[in-house]
Design a protein around this ligand. Structure first.
Ligand SMILES: C[S@@+](CC[C@H](N)C(=O)[O-])C[C@H]1O[C@@H](n2cnc3c(N)ncnc32)[C@H](O)[C@@H]1O
Length: 295
């Protein structure tokens, strides 16, 4: 069956005769453009909800069915974080409670490369139900990339609102309230790319500003570096979903999305590439805050 699929689908196929048996050869580069689902044409199915799976974000999303998710709320570890890796000044280092100090290089968490961003955006669009929202936390270089891949390249197509073509992206600003480290104007905000699929579903509260002031989680209280405030994620979940709907976060970290959903009676589903991080939201889901001793 795989042989037939390769012959029908791949462009550069070679054949070798191996003791009278025909071997079909295709390069790793070409085959890596496809997923398991392309090859086996399986029915994609939603896995059990309210669980964080250990997986790569792209592989995880590629397993979800089309139009199956009510909100994607995520805070990827993006490439531009790596630029400070050598200096040891980044919040990405293991300075949270589960880390052991800023000199421990092993505490850096994985990032998703800029080259994978187009596929990530494509997959987010595919899994979202029509008229549903997506929030992607990003710094400004990543916001530009999100704009390029999602809007300029048309993955999130423009929509007509009152006869006017509108881009389905609005950058929000998360004001961390506390000032950060730095050698120029000191950092106090992060962007959140707010996107929607098709016609925009109305936000639940239209009085909320596009500047969202929520005090950042101090490293001494964080389970993972760059942990986001629970109240900020709660606001975004409340704005964009209704009771019982499904929220997906493929970069789950400490489980902020899971905690917000659980509090607001939404289902959630996620993954993280780091085994240590996967446990945070699953332990929380099964045991609650107290046993985790987070707060
Ligand atoms: C910025 S943190 C998320 C923090 C989270 N929003 C919170 O409030 O705790 C990014 C997470 O993405 C994970 N990660 C990095 N690369 C990944 C990948 N390719 N697929 C899935 N998870 C990844 C990291 O292990 C880390 O836990």
């Amino acid at each position: 069956m795989i042989e037939r699929w390769v012959k029908q689908t791949c462009e550069n196929v070679d054949y070798w005769d191996w003791d009278g048996m025909e071997l079909v050869i295709v390069s790793c580069e070409e085959i890596s453009r496809y997923t398991w689902y392309d090859i086996f044409d399986d029915e994609r199915m939603l896995p059990e909800v309210n669980i964080t799976y250990e997986n790569n974000a792209l592989a995880f999303l590629s397993g979800l069915p089309d139009d199956s998710v009510d909100l994607v709320l995520t805070d990827p570890a993006y490439d531009s974080l790596n630029k400070w890796k050598g200096t040891g000044t980044t919040a990405r280092m293991g300075m949270g409670r589960s880390g052991s100090g800023s000199d421990d290089r092993s505490k850096f968490f994985e990032t998703i490369s800029d080259e994978d961003l187009p596929d990530l955006i494509q997959e987010i669009y595919r899994v979202l139900k029509p008229e549903r929202h997506c929030y992607i936390f990003c710094d400004w270089p990543t916001l530009l990339l999100v704009h390029r891949y999602a809007i300029v390249e048309g993955v999130f197509p423009t929509v007509k609102v009152n006869g006017v073509l509108t881009e389905p992206l609005k950058p929000l600003v998360w004001n961390k309230v506390a000032i950060g480290m730095g050698y120029t104007y000191r950092s106090q905000y992060e962007f959140v790319a707010f996107l929607w699929k098709g016609k925009k579903r109305k936000l639940n509260d239209l009085s909320v500003s596009d500047v969202l002031p929520f005090k950042r989680v101090p490293p001494s209280k964080a389970s993972v570096p760059t942990q986001k405030p629970d109240e900020l994620f709660e606001l975004l979940v409340r704005q964009s979903t209704r009771d019982g709907e499904l929220v997906v976060d493929p970069f789950m970290g400490s489980g902020t999305t899971a905690r917000a959903c659980s509090k607001l009676n939404r289902d959630w589903l996620g993954c993280d590439i780091d085994k240590r991080h996967v446990g945070f939201s699953n332990d929380f889901a099964h045991n609650g805050d107290k046993q985790l001793g987070l707060f």
